[in-house]
Design a binder for this molecule. Structure first.
Ligand code: NAD
Length: 467
């Protein structure tokens, strides 16, 4: 059987479904080829289930500290089955909602593994074993990514797991080690320590969340430590062994000493790689780099093969769902001949769902200096912010990086309560090239967390109100 449409999208994650929805909204006849339910890593085993579990941890932590607010409770008990059920319900609702939306927009969803054969032709291997071709004027690849592994740690889905499995344990473990202190590692460390699990975090580099501004990372590190996470920076893991009782011992070197830690689960969070290998893209004339990423022109998301576009985690841009959405819209606009506005990757928003949260956009202080700016920086801590005191979350700060000569805001870095929600103001400031005068002259409602951003901007104008 051969079917024809305007655009066939390979992959059902944020990049793929955004392309289908946006394309269909513009009148294109669109098809999605996906091996699993629409939603991809983000909905099925990433952002959504991870943040849902984090919320369970947050509620547990809050109830345990309810006494501070004059609310007496019994020691709370985690009903893991109920927690997992809620997580599943949230995921199911979102997947169901997405499927309905695709149907409403008349996007045809074809279940199977898609492989580009040539411009305009995608082969689909159905779960039944049948193979058929789908034809389209345009092909859009949104193949996504998969967790990386490291030598000495064979994934068995039981003791040694990736982020894919760590969200769906049958029982809450008592002791875990997280290998990798990047975004995923820190989010898992937060979730599990707040659920009362003993957590060891082993990171190869000398910082958590490499790439983020050290001032905000330092707060996160201190807060995680305070809550009991055993953080080892500059650690080299060498392997693991399992004893007769089933306990797993992980061996690592830290500060030149050989050490071990005994745990129930080992979670690998050492990065993600593009899920392109089985697609044999070079055979179809689509260039991939030495790590497997599809090479694209980021002005329009075109690949090396005419008529084929690629977006999301399978291209070498930040692996974030919101970037995949944005890339999908650029690709669809290019397919429509609309001359899309390319994404400025230097100004994308980063949101890390730890506790406290990290959120940042633009240049760090060091990056701004390296770029030759005469840098002016202001920091304002949440410790003096009324709203933060009210909710009892005063750890953290706002840091604004600006150019001293022009006043232009180059970067906004937050660590603190609901920082991911507050980032929008920083995002707009950086991307609209606002000056500290523009931002500092705006009224920041009282009492809100956002007052800290206003104070930092006013400080850079030369005179703070409270700072
Ligand atoms: P990452 O690249 O952010 O962090 C991986 C970390 O593991 C690094 O700090 C690295 O130094 C460390 N590492 C690598 N090998 C190691 C080893 N052998 N021993 C100890 N440490 C080791 O990758 P991630 O945290 O796995 O996330 C993958 C991708 O998913 C990222 O690109 C991220 O953008 C995306 N993601 C983002 C969010 C978010 O923005 N909230 C959430 C989840 C995932």
């Amino acid at each position: 059987m051969s079917e024809t449409c305007d655009v066939v999208v390979v992959g059902g994650g944020p990049g793929g479904y955004a392309a289908c929805l946006y394309g269909a909204a513009a009148g294109l006849k669109t098809m999605m080829v996906t091996v699993e339910a629409p939603g991809g890593t983000c909905l099925l085993r990433g952002c959504i289930p991870a943040k849902e579990l984090l919320q369970t941890a947050e509620v547990y932590r809050q109830v345990r500290h309810a006494g501070e607010f004059g609310i007496r409770t019994e020691e709370p008990i985690i009903d893991w089955k109920a927690a997992v059920l809620r997580q599943g319900n949230v995921v199911d609702q979102l997947v169901g909602g997405l499927s309905s939306l695709l149907k409403k927009r008349k996007v045809e969803v074809i279940q199977g593994y898609g492989r580009v054969l040539s411009s305009g032709v995608v082969e689909v291997a159905r779960p039944s074993g049948a193979v058929e071709n789908v034809e389209a004027d345009a092909v859009l690849l949104a193949a996504g990514s998969a967790p990386c592994t490291i030598p000495g740690f064979e994934i068995d889905g039981e003791r040694i797991v990736t982020s894919d499995q760590a969200l769906f344990f049958d029982e809450l473990p008592q002791r875990i080690v997280v290998i990798g202190g990047g975004v995923i590692g820190c989010e898992f460390a937060t979730t599990f320590v707040d659920l009362g699990v003993e957590v060891t975090l082993l990171e190869a580099m000398d910082t958590l969340i490499p790439g983020a501004d050290p001032d905000i990372v330092q707060v996160l590190r201190r807060e995680l430590r305070k809550r009991g996470v055993d953080i080892r920076l500059g650690a080299t893991v060498s392997g693991h062994s399992v004893d007769a009782s089933g306990a797993t011992t992980v061996a690592f070197t830290h500060e030149e000493k050989q050490q071990t830690v005994e745990v129930d689960k080992v979670i690998l969070a050492v990065g993600r790689k593009p899920a392109t290998a089985p697609m044999r893209l070079p055979e179809a004339g689509i260039t991939i780099d030495d790590r497997g990423f599809v090479e694209v022109d980021v002005q329009n998301m075109r690949t090396s093969r005419e008529g084929v576009w690629a977006v999301g985690d399978c291209v070498p841009t930040p692996a974030l769902a919101h970037i995949a959405y944005a890339e999908a819209m650029v690709a669809i606009r290019d397919i429509l001949g609309e001359d899309p506005r390319p994404i400025d990757y230097t100004g994308v928003p980063w949101c890390v769902y730890t506790h406290p949260e990290l959120a940042f956009v633009g240049l760090t202080e060091q990056q701004a200096k390296d770029a030759g700016h005469d840098v002016a920086v202001a920091k304002h801590r949440y410790a003096g912010v009324g709203r933060a005191m009210i909710i009892g979350e005063t750890a953290g700060l706002v840091k604004i990086v600006s150019d001293r000569q022009t006043g232009v805001i180059l970067g906004v870095h937050l660590c603190g309560p609901l920082a991911t929600e507050q980032l929008l103001e920083g995002y707009l400031s950086v991307n609209w090239e606002a000056t500290v005068g523009d931002l500092g002259s705006l009224i920041h409602p009282h009492p809100t967390f956002g007052e800290a951003i206003g104070e930092a901007a006013m400080t850079l104008m030369g005179r703070g109100l409270h700072g």
